[in-house]
Write a protein that binds this ligand. Structure first.
Ligand SMILES: *Cc1c(COP(=O)(O)O)cnc(C)c1O
Length: 435
């Protein structure tokens, strides 16, 4: 068994399942970061999840800080989402025609996300960003896209360049299988560097269709924009005639109901969404100004489609998830809880003389073992990774599941109550003390 593998149960179900999975599924996983490559050890298999907990195939209970990588803002298996799904299930699983729940979802999104007048539903965040790019190109008649190093937008060909997260910890920032000619249409600039963006615009005048970014990059750990950075981006895009595209797949309905665009007061032209809006089922969406969205087929020349788009089960879970957020806005409470956890862990690191940064906004935070605040992916990847692997494994051995990479963001949900978080804080403090 590899070092750090979970060996709580004598039967060790996860180990056996992983061995079998590796024979059947590349790397044994259906999404690379799940394989624990950047922290070492064998991934555990989850049998069921409830509230803030995962229950593993090995019979252990873990406090979950991954929250299915973003969607589970209400925790796992929320009774209202489950009930909505059960009601929808009685009516059939897919219609292939328009259905009322899609209109409800579109209404919820357009009334909540400030810049979105019209929205189209898709099945994943990747589909949403891919469609934003195509629409920006179709609308402007230009080819080039500017993206920021360390920003992840799903596994879209032309966006899988300097893309952080899984691509980063697997040492392949540019995936094999992407033609150079595609990547050449993507201009990459560092985040939080206005000068670099101005230079990129100047070098490609009148050829930039759009600028896409995670307004709070959260796939190289969590990076927050400098004050006024997003405002300046808006101005530069307007001057260049390029569309500003916010990838709010992670931040949408999480940092505020209306995402970063509400929190920071900056209006993009197009927005990609996903994760929370599916309530745990596969959903994505993209939207923006009606004038731009109307360029999509069947009204316009930009083709985009999906057999299962707007699926009734996914809509039921998503509408229930958004309804809960509207009825009981959780944002202040989540921010207070995450700040408390952050303070306790920072205190423990300070007492031990360990340099640690914990950037945090609302329910999102990450760990960088470094002296100074991190402003871009270069500084993020320069931080010491080894202490993270050690606290990851210490936490896992003591019932707390952190993301299995220093470049992923931790999440808490409304199901993480004070008691659960105090327990988790205790374990994280011990993990720091044991470094
Ligand atoms: C998760 C994520 C995506 C990709 O979404 P998938 O549903 O995994 O395809 C895109 N952008 C951001 C910012 C994300 O966090």
């Amino acid at each position: 068994m590899m070092p750090g593998a979970m060996a709580k149960s004598t039967e060790n179900h996860s180990q056996a399942l992983f061995e079998k999975a590796q024979r059947l599924i590349p790397g044994g996983v259906n999404s690379p970061v799940r394989a624990f490559r950047s922290v070492g050890g064998t991934p555990f298999f989850t049998q069921r999840a409830d509230g803030p907990f995962l229950f593993t195939a090995d019979g252990t209970r873990l406090i979950d800080f991954v929250c299915t990588w973003g969607p589970a803002i209400h925790g796992h298996n929320h009774p209202e989402i489950r009930a909505a799904l059960q009601r929808a299930l009685d009516n059939g699983t897919s219609f292939g025609t328009p259905a009322p729940a899609e209109v409800e979802m579109a209404e919820r999104i357009t009334r909540t996300v400030p810049s979105v007048e019209k929205v189209r539903l898709v099945n994943s965040g990747t589909e949403a960003t891919m469609s934003c790019i195509r629409l920006a190109r179709g609308y402007t008649g230009r080819d080039k896209i500017i993206k920021f190093s360390g920003c992840y937008h799903g596994h879209v060909d032309s966006l899988l360049v300097s893309a952080g997260s899984g691509a980063l910890t697997h040492g392949s920032p540019d995936s094999a299988g992407i033609p150079d000619s595609f990547a050449r249409e993507t201009v990459v600039v560092p985040f939080n560097d206005i000068g670099a963006l101005q230079t990129a615009f100047a070098a490609n005048d009148d050829r930039i269709a759009g600028v896409i970014l995670e307004p709070y990059p959260a796939n190289v750990g969590l990076i927050l924009p400098d004050p006024d950075y997003l405002d300046t981006l808006r101005t530069l895009c307007d001057e260049a005639g390029a569309l500003l595209i916010f990838d709010e797949v992670m931040t949408g309905f999480r940092v505020a109901a209306g995402g970063v665009q509400e929190a920071a007061g900056v209006r993009p032209d197009l927005t990609a969404m996903g994760k929370i809006i599916g309530g745990g089922l596969p959903v994505g969406a993209f939207g923006g100004k009606a004038e731009i969205m109307d360029r999509l087929a069947p009204d316009g020349p930009v083709y985009q489609a999906g057999t299962l788009s707007g699926n009734p089960l996914a809509m039921a879970a998503g509408n229930a998830s958004l309804d809960l957020l509207e009825k009981h806005p959780p944002y202040d409470g989540l921010d207070r809880k995450a700040k408390r956890l952050r303070e306790v862990v920072l205190q423990a690191a300070a007492e031990k003389g360990i340099p640690l940064q914990i950037p945090q906004t609302g329910s999102m935070f990450s760990f960088y073992f470094t002296e100074n605040p991190v402003r871009n992916d270069r500084q993020a990847t320069a931080a010491d990774r080894e202490p993270f692997s050690r606290i990851f494994h210490f936490a896992l051995d003591h019932g707390v599941y952190l993301p299995p990479s220093p470049f992923e963001t931790c999440f808490i949900s409304t199901a993480h109550d004070d008691e659960v978080l105090e327990r988790a804080a205790e374990i994280l403090v011990k993990a720091i003390q044991a470094l």
